[in-house]
Design a protein around this ligand. Structure first.
Ligand SMILES: *Cc1c(COP(=O)(O)O)cnc(C)c1O
Length: 808
């Protein structure tokens, strides 16, 4: 294609003219973007075909990562980077008078996920391809991604995210590979040649059409596939003459209901949403995915018995766990295997990642709903449960409690986590502490029964997007200092430790941080009109809004700090800019009140000239991947303050560390492993431990009123919530007040308040010693290699999936 800027410019101008009929002077950003996108697609198409061809030719085992969410973000920059042509494109466009960076700003995020779970899936795809591993994604092509957030008078307003409005250059529609999905209907049984045969009839058919997106490995020739399914009806056109009005209405209704399946991503993070449409989405993905996996498998193999040696289906959380009964259904009803044969294949093919121990997030479905929507699949789940509980009963004679805990169906609900554990060969948690809690507490009985199924795979992030792409200046400094081997082997980042006390290296690290802070300050000024000072500490709390993530703890500390500054004109602190970004699920009432509280406090603090510019508070609207890429490189302090035991891993924490921000956090999720890597001197840890929290839940003994009565500063900020001092309507924030006091503060905000204030004081003091602070930042970057998703994926590949890199 092109190996220098001249070739790029020639190819580009030709392509632009052919595609849009314009020249560079008249081209819109979208024209330019589409042109480069299709050049990239052409360029990689032979690698894409070759990759598939080689996987097939070499009969390699392949993994399919099933996930209801892929939070990809923007793709142009990372694709150009991985192809090794970012610099050529940038220079070529510059010579044509176009800024690549500005053009990238016009690309909508592919926001097909809520938060960490979806972003993890995206990082994993990048690592699979970059490590030459045969692994693909399987998901839903939602017409609308996670809603776009606007803040109006301090409140969240949700707008639909129509990300496909201008088309999607990265996808290829494959109508030839469409499959049918069946919902509803009835099942009959008959004896055929001594075998029970099940007939599913009177069902409704939905067509699943795949759209394939290339997943480009970093400077290798691997191109894997992310296959996203779109739901379509089988009725093509309505011939209004030959159909009655009644039938027309029914057809229109059927079309509407069918297309609704891939219309919206459920904007709900870690709260189970008990809706029929969501269950339809799950089965739609799983059935389409498995049919397509089996079809491709069968091109190479006559017998299904080889399946576990050639295919692994990984389910990301319980959302795609219907893969288990669906694979059973196909093996039983279509391949005519016996139950034992089908079960043996299924349980050797499917592996499962658990993402939470929050009980409200553990997925369950009413039996009646599942039975009516998926009658045959439900029969299979029932049979799995019948056989499984029989084994439990034999193994744990008369232990009713064990039976009740382990049963897949209980109290007229199907427990998806139980189904996942019983029907898979591997169950992994996402950070050491999370896996330990699963083994010792939440899934203790399952662990006793299947000790070897359980294992840990601490999450990771792709350092290509989150360092190389998001922070090019820091990446260049690292490469200048230790060479470029760290890009292929991120553990080599440790090499920069030799410059820990090198004054010139420190200066460069500081300059880069400052430069990133200036860029962010411009964005903030443009978005909110707020002017922030790059000399202040950028203290950042960005993630989904959830009670357990404790944005409330952060804002209560800000209120307290503000009080102290107002009361004492000699009060000293390192000047701070507190930056928030968070979407609340539209139905999550409490979370929305917290957004209002943050914006209200921001409004007061930012307009009070008496506080000597010591604090500013910014709430950035519409937090998403592309915004995270700008905020994180500019951050000094990374707020990771979830209630200990609640954040399974976190991945935001890793992105910050890799960009030289220092963590202020609880002993939760991967924060614990970050602390182990950087050492206690290079992180600020405070608050209850996971065991302390879990023991409070188990044995009681916590009273938030005690905190209120013991600590005057706690009482002061609590009173401010309801006094009318900060919001005009005194009742507006009473729900936050009540949850912290009358409802006894489920997430231990008031318990951790005083330790948090102390930790914040230490942060403030530490920042005053810039040399020391910079050393902390360097230590964080140097030790971030462990948290590359390349390490995580290498562990999944060798320990769970048993797949190997494909050498070309
Ligand atoms: C990384 C990321 C997350 C996850 O952040 P946590 O702090 O781990 O909850 C959520 N949303 C976006 C856009 C991200 O990039």
């Amino acid at each position: 294609m092109f190996s220098n800027t001249e070739e790029f410019k020639t190819g580009f101008s030709k392509k632009l003219a052919a595609l849009t009929g314009t020249n560079i002077e008249d081209a819109s950003y979208n024209d330019i973007y589409t042109t480069i996108g299709s050049m990239v697609r052409e360029y990689i198409s032979s690698n894409w075909m070759d990759t598939n061809h080689q996987y097939r030719k070499d009969n390699v085992k392949q993994v399919y990562y099933f996930s209801l969410e892929f939070l990809l973000g923007r793709l142009m920059g990372s694709n150009l980077l991985n192809m090794g042509i970012y610099d050529i494109c940038e220079q070529g466009l510059k010579e044509l008078g176009v800024s690549l960076e500005e053009m990238e700003e016009h690309e909508p995020d592919a926001g097909l996920g809520n938060g960490g779970l979806g972003r993890l899936a995206a990082c994993f795809l990048d690592s699979l391809a970059s490590l030459n591993l045969p692994g693909h994604g399987c998901g839903i092509r939602y017409k609308y991604g996670l809603f776009e957030q606007k803040i109006v008078s301090g409140y969240q307003v949700e707008l639909p995210d129509h990300w496909l409005k201008e088309g999607n250059v990265w996808e290829i529609r494959r109508s030839d590979k469409a499959v049918e999905i069946h919902f509803g209907g009835h099942v009959t049984m008959e004896q055929v040649q001594g075998r029970l045969k099940f007939n599913h009839y009177a069902y409704e058919t939905v067509v699943a059409v795949p759209y394939d997106m290339p997943i480009i490995g970093y400077e290798n020739s691997t191109v894997n596939t992310l296959r996203l399914w779109s739901a379509e009806s089988i009725v093509k056109d309505l011939d209004s003459h030959s159909i009655s009005t009644h039938d027309q209405r029914k057809i229109i209704e059927y079309k509407r209901q069918t297309e609704a399946i891939s219309e919206f991503l459920y904007p709900d993070d870690s709260h189970i949403e008990g809706r029929r449409l969501r269950l339809k989405q799950q089965y739609f993905l799983v059935s389409a995915g498995i049919q397509s996996v089996l079809r491709s498998y069968k091109k190479n193999y006559d017998s299904v018995f080889e399946l576990p040696n050639r295919v692994c289906i990984h389910v990301n959380d319980t959302h795609p766990v219907l893969a288990i009964p669906e694979l059973m259904r196909i093996l039983l009803d279509e391949e005519n295997l016996s139950w034992d044969e089908a079960w043996d294949i299924t349980t050797k093919t499917i592996s499962y990642t658990n993402h939470t121990t929050l009980s409200e997030a553990l997925e369950t479905w009413p039996v009646d709903l599942m039975k009516s929507l998926l009658p045959r699949v439900y029969m299979i789940i029932e049979e799995i449960n019948r056989r499984f509980t029989q084994v439990v009963w034999e193994q744990y004679q008369g232990n009713w409690e064990m039976l009740r805990n382990l049963s897949i169906i209980n109290d007229n609900t199907v427990r998806m986590a139980n189904l996942a554990i019983v029907g898979s060969y591997s169950v992994n948690g996402v950070a050491q502490v999370h896996t330990d809690i699963l083994k010792k507490r939440e899934m203790k009985d399952f662990y006793q029964m299947f000790p070897t199924k359980f294992n840990n795979k601490t999450n990771g992030i792709t350092h290509r997007r989150w360092l190389l792409r998001a922070n090019p200046q820091l990446a260049s400094l690292v490469t200048e200092s230790i060479g470029e081997d760290w890009i292929a082997e991120p553990s080599q980042l440790i090499g920069i430790k030799q410059y820990l006390s090198d004054a010139s290296f420190q200066q460069k690290v500081q300059d880069i941080k400052r430069s990133n802070k200036l860029i962010l300050a411009d964005i903030i000024k443009e978005q909110s009109g707020i002017i922030i000072d790059p000399n202040t500490v950028f203290d950042v709390h960005i993630k989904r809004l959830h009670a357990y993530k404790r944005q409330v703890l952060n804002i209560l500390h800000i209120m307290d700090l503000y009080n102290r500054i107002k009361e004492d004109s000699t009060f000293e602190t390192s000047p701070r800019t507190f930056i928030f970004g968070a979407k609340a699920a539209p139905s999550y009432y409490f979370a929305k009140k917290v957004i209002k509280l943050i914006n209200t406090v921001a409004n007061i603090v930012n307009n009070d000239s008496s506080i000597r510019g010591l604090i500013k508070v910014v709430f950035l609207e519409n937090y998403r991947v592309s915004l995270a890429e700008k905020i994180i490189p500019a951050s000094d302090v990374s707020e990771q303050i979830s209630t200990a035991s609640k954040e399974a891993s976190g991945t935001g924490n890793m992105k910050f560390m890799m960009n030289g921000a220092v963590t202020l956090g609880t002993l939760d999720g991967a924060n614990i492993e970050i602390a182990e890597e950087v050492g206690d001197d290079n992180i600020f840890i405070f608050g209850l431990t996971p065991n302390e929290v879990l023991n409070y839940y188990k044995y009681g003994g916590y009273s938030s009123w005690d905190m209120y009565n013991t600590f005057p500063r706690v009482r002061r900020v609590m009173e401010e919530l309801i006094s009318g001092e900060i919001v005009a309507q005194a009742g507006e924030l009473r729900d936050i007040y009540n949850s912290l006091l009358s409802d006894n503060d489920e997430y231990f905000v008031l318990k951790d308040f005083t330790p948090y204030v102390d930790a914040q004081l230490k942060v403030s003091q530490a920042y005053k010693n810039q040399k020391k602070w910079t050393e902390m930042a360097i230590m964080n970057i140097a030790h971030s290699g462990k948290f590359s998703s390349d390490r995580t994926i290498a562990e999944y590949a060798s320990e769970i999936w048993k797949i190997k890199p494909v050498i070309k």
